[in-house]
Design a protein around this ligand. Structure first.
Ligand SMILES: Cc1cc2nc3c(=O)[nH]c(=O)nc-3n(C[C@H](O)[C@H](O)[C@H](O)COP(=O)(O)OP(=O)(O)OC[C@H]3O[C@@H](n4cnc5c(N)ncnc54)[C@H](O)[C@@H]3O)c2cc1C
Length: 418
């Protein structure tokens, strides 16, 4: 039997977990894996929220060339430009590449232009560069506050963004940072979200937790408050209200990083997928785990779960094994506040809207403790260490517990590597 050639586009959470999971479960004779990415490293994006407060960026980058070499994964540093579905080829800046199975894991990008003035007057938080620039402005703002000039920092979450939590994290971290500098009294922090409740995708427990934090920290916040336009020093909201600011921070609307003509997508370019396997609708040979797909919540943790499901589906396709669907992803999320942290475990509803929180579940809970900060850093270290070694985060068969499970009927022919 000819080996299955898998091409993975992207070296983020979804692309790497898929590639390393495939390699951990299948020998090179059975499955060839090639990763095509613009970059030769992995960026631990959740850690970038610390950059404005003086954290170093370098530890957030994990070099990959050794991991790929060690695991027999081919790698091409190139930009994916399109897909020829009929020929089974990806067009890249370094020429065409043939695939039997294609994993599209090119993630999401920001589109600040959707809201007038946001590209010009707001700091985005989507990239390390943007967060460094925010840090510079916050240092200027702090300097002004130290000299007795009252300052106002406004956070705004507009519609079309599917990853709200980091913006909350930044507002809470800023409060701690200013308190440590003893200038909090001279800085007003305001938070406006278009959501009906705080971190709406995480349900009522997170809303209650964040409400308490905002109140205790004196953050002036509003829900159902939609940013309509930003000018140099003021923001206009859909209800006509205006907020002045010295620094405006927004997490702009998201779109797919790459548009793939011929593949079904929603109005933001996110590929429409089967909720269990992340196979693109009508194209069983193409998968879209992580932010590139149409799942209405964009999180690294979900990208890992979805990547495991994709690897299972590819192996099942090769071996003829049965996939038994279990659609109960559980999101785990830590909200760092620098002086404290909140941890939330959020089971998503098994039926209907896949991003609906299963509020009745005993597994739904949230709590605050400074220990969660250490827990989050441990998880970060573990992920970086495993990716550095070319291993998937989630070891062993348990890795499939939140995604489709692979039955063992035919998988024994595949070599499990240490
Ligand atoms: C500031 C911030 C904080 C966050 N905090 C958290 C958190 O605490 N917890 C959490 O779970 N999630 C968090 N997230 C969300 C999380 O980072 C994303 O959901 C996750 O990165 C998605 O993984 P991905 O692999 O789908 O996409 P990405 O990580 O974006 O990876 C995409 C990959 O594709 C590559 N690529 C893009 N275009 C091309 C192209 N044309 N050709 C070739 N390669 C290409 C990129 O270089 C990259 O390697 C945060 C996001 C941000 C911005």
């Amino acid at each position: 039997m000819a080996r299955t050639e898998v091409v993975v586009l992207g070296s983020g959470f979804a692309g790497l977990e898929t590639a390393f999971r495939l390699r951990a479960r299948a020998s090179e004779d059975d499955v060839g894996v090639t990763v095509v990415s613009e970059r030769d490293d992995f960026l631990f994006r959740p850690g970038t929220v610390r950059l404005p407060f003086g954290a170093a960026e370098e530890p957030l980058h994990v070099p990959l060339h050794r991991a790929f070499r060690r695991r027999g994964i081919a790698t091409v540093i190139a930009t994916a430009e399109g897909i020829d579905l009929d020929r089974g080829q990806v067009h890249t800046s370094r020429g065409p590449m043939a695939y039997d199975r294609l994993v599209v894991a090119t993630g999401a990008a920001s589109r600040p232009e959707e809201i007038p003035g946001v590209a010009e007057h707001a700091h985005s938080i989507a990239t390390p560069g943007a967060l460094h620039r925010l840090g510079e402005d916050l240092r200027w703002m702090a300097q002004n506050a130290r000299h007795g000039r009252a300052q106002r920092v406004l956070f705004a979450l507009p519609p079309g963004n599917h990853c709200a939590a980091p913006l909350y994290e930044l507002a809470l971290m800023l409060d701690t940072w200013l308190r440590r500098k003893q200038i909090r009294d001279n800085v007003e922090i305001a938070f406006d979200t278009c959501e009906e409740t705080y971190v709406q995708a995480f349900g009522p427990k997170l809303h209650a937790l964040v409400s308490r934090q905002f109140e205790a920290r004196g953050i002036d916040s509003r829900t159902a408050s939609t940013l309509a336009e930003a000018a140099e020093r003021s923001a206009v909201f859909a209800d006509g209200s205006v907020r002045e600011f010295d620094v405006l921070v927004a997490f702009p609307p998201q779109v797919a990083s790459v548009g793939y003509a011929g593949l079904p997508a929603d109005d933001r370019g996110f590929l429409r997928c089967d909720p269990d396997t992340r196979a693109v609708t009508g194209r069983p040979e193409v998968y879209a785990p992580g932010d590139a797909g149409d799942f209405p919540l964009k999180l690294g943790h979900l990208a890992l779960l979805q990547a495991d499901a994709v690897a299972a589906a590819i192996i099942a396709h090769r071996t003829g094994a049965q996939l038994s669907a279990r659609r109960v992803p559980v999101v785990r999320h830590v909200l760092d506040m620098l002086d404290d942290a909140a941890f939330a475990q959020i089971p998503l509803s098994p039926g209907g809207d896949p991003a609906h929180v299963d509020e009745a579940s005993a597994r739904y809970w949230a709590s605050t403790s400074v220990l969660w900060r250490a827990g989050a850093r441990l998880a970060e270290t573990a992920l970086s260490a495993r990716f550095r070694l070319g291993l998937p985060l989630r070891a062993g068969r348990a890795a499939f517990r939140h995604g489709p499970e692979i039955t063992h009927r035919n998988t024994d022919t595949l070599m499990e590597k240490p």
